[in-house]
Write a protein of this length. Sequence first.
Length: 213
Amino acid sequence: MLRAMVYKELRETVLIGVLALVAFALSNYFPMRFYYYYGDRGIPFVQDGFVGSFAMVAVGFAIVLGLRQSFVESMRGTWLFLLHRPIPRWHVIAVKLAVGAAMYLVCAAVPILIYAQWAATPGTHASPFEWSMTATAWQFMFAALNLYLGAFLVGIRQGRWFGTRLWPLAAAGLLTGLAMAAPWWWMLGVGLSAAFGVWLVAVILFTAYQRDY
């Protein structure tokens, strides 16, 4: 049954993943073509605006994916079917979160690796490159995973859209910003993001368990 649930989640979210990859590809393609036609545009990942465009796509992808896996189930009335299977309720939620998080991380990692590989290839641009320059992009990718969890929680919470329902997503956005701004990111930023992510997962499981479907 778990395998069938994984297949269901992949089938229903694959289009979002494909569209995200297209958007990420465009955020890679245009900077590379700019280098090709107009020469020096700044150091890749440092001065060329890639991280900014990547961040915008990653934020939209994470939020849409989280809402698709949770709120759309409420709209379609399928929670009743899913959560009353002969398996623990938390298994259903765990499968959804695992598939969604894996899809987000894979789709977000692909453009960073492609652009970094291009930047590391000799003759593509007249500036130095070290793989450590990609650190900010990786940091944002992992920090923004909490936006996915926040959007998922918004989708299963009860409340008014212009009231408390959106608080988890607002908190996730604030914590993502704080994590990115934290000094010594690999210690403070990672710790803050991980702690908040664990808390979000716990609240998601508690909400799914307590809610009367």
